[in-house]
Design a protein around this ligand. Sequence first.
Ligand SMILES: NC(=O)c1ccc[n+]([C@@H]2O[C@H](COP(=O)([O-])OP(=O)(O)OC[C@H]3O[C@@H](n4cnc5c(N)ncnc54)[C@H](O)[C@@H]3O)[C@@H](O)[C@H]2O)c1
Length: 483
Amino acid sequence: MLTSLSVGRQQVRLRCDLQQRSRGKLPAFRQQLDSRKHSNAPIKGMLGASKLINVGPGASLVRIATVLESVFINSYLPPMLPTACFQPHHCKRLKMRYKVLLSVERLNMKIVITGNMGYVGSSVVAHLRRVFPAATIVGVDSGLFGHYLTQRAIPERNLDTQIYRDIRDPLEDVFSGADVVVHLAAVSNDPMGLRFEGVTKEVNESTSIQLAELAACSKVRHFIFASSCSIYGLADGTARSEDDTLNPLTAYARSKVGAEVGLQKIAVNTGMTICALRFATACGFSGRTRLDLVLNDFVASALSTGRISVLSDGTPWRPLIHLKDMARAIEWAIVRPAPNDECFLAVNVGSDEWNYQVADLAEAVRSFVAGTTIEINKNAQPDKRSYRVDFSRYKSIAPNHQPQVSLEGAIRDVRDGLLSMGFKDSDYRHSNLMRLNVLDEHLAAGRIQPNLRWLAHESCSRESPSRVDRPPTVSSNEVVHTV
Ligand SMILES: NC(=O)c1ccc[n+]([C@@H]2O[C@H](COP(=O)([O-])OP(=O)(O)OC[C@H]3O[C@@H](n4cnc5c(N)ncnc54)[C@H](O)[C@@H]3O)[C@@H](O)[C@H]2O)c1
């Protein structure tokens, strides 16, 4: 059993009286701590030279290691001490002694993530599990693209619970006790928005607003909404900042604007902190990769046909962001200290350097996939969806969460991911790696209704209509975080 733990600016020492079951884990733990000890990275938040933290009985090594790891990963935070391991009187003493916020709720918080079984969600969940190892993470998704895995490992293994449910159905039970809601579920691009205009408004706008209302009633602290830079529409003059006029050109973009307007009112009326992250266009490889995104499409095309055909004249501007950096932005939104007077924040998420013209992206991909040629449609009508975005607000308020992945890194990521799944399909634009094709396939097979709700199988719907619409909660505790 761990009886005491010594934490210093450059070192962490522990004293323990090992129980049989913990003994085997000590060397790995020491190694972990030693690697930190010799790194130059300061362990911020640790005050003073050397501390001794007395740990109450029952704290196992793995628990302490988990907590310490999260202290180090989140080193920009006030120190998060393993309060779960302390007796109440220890906590009080420590609070006074170190004058720090003992934010145990950050460790044990419940995060609900909607749309977790999508392209972005699959990657976000893995990141959140890594940075909040002790959090309870619950996913809610109707599973429209659930079967279209592009990696062997199932992304839901990182969750505590997966709930298969349409977000238009009641979610009171899911939101109960939640600290954070990360709302990703949406009809997620322009072509789908064009085809399913009414549903796009219903799911992306009305339901997002209802979910935020529910979250406020459920005493959720942070509601994080996945918005999009596409709300700037045609903006290829100066880069658009958050205070500029919006110019949504599509049903998808309009639904995001409508949601933001509704969310702002809720934040003001209820005091719940709402953060609308206006993401640049995503790229990268995830557990459910989609190829209907510009950079992913170019890499897929280069690999499978040796050719990149740019549908436009190549001049449109498109800001990009890698999935990993989206996940880090969501992490930031979860931990950011929100000023009291700022309940609602809309921020462009990406980086100024990642404002690219489409032809430049094609060129960058060509240099990574040998023998690729580029065809640009010089006769194409000017693409109205062209926008440069100013990311300076994000840079100033989230200095520790700035995008890190390079364009080369992103291209390599998609290339290696596609190669790892043996990708060769030159007709991939008609495949299930394009979101709209999957919906079409579901519709044609009679699996979903035009409102994008699952159709109950006839026998199921007679016996129990709720069985298909709302299947029972499935727990996926493959990864055990408690000890
Ligand atoms: N991918 C991008 O480039 C990008 C850029 C900016 C913003 N965003 C936003 O990020 C979010 C995630 O995007 P993505 O690329 O992962 O999309 P995606 O289509 O891959 O995933 C969306 C997920 O939402 C789920 N969903 C849709 N309607 C639902 C409903 N009614 N009930 C329950 N679940 C439902 C789907 O099953 C799917 O798993 C979206 O809100 C999107 O608008 C994405």
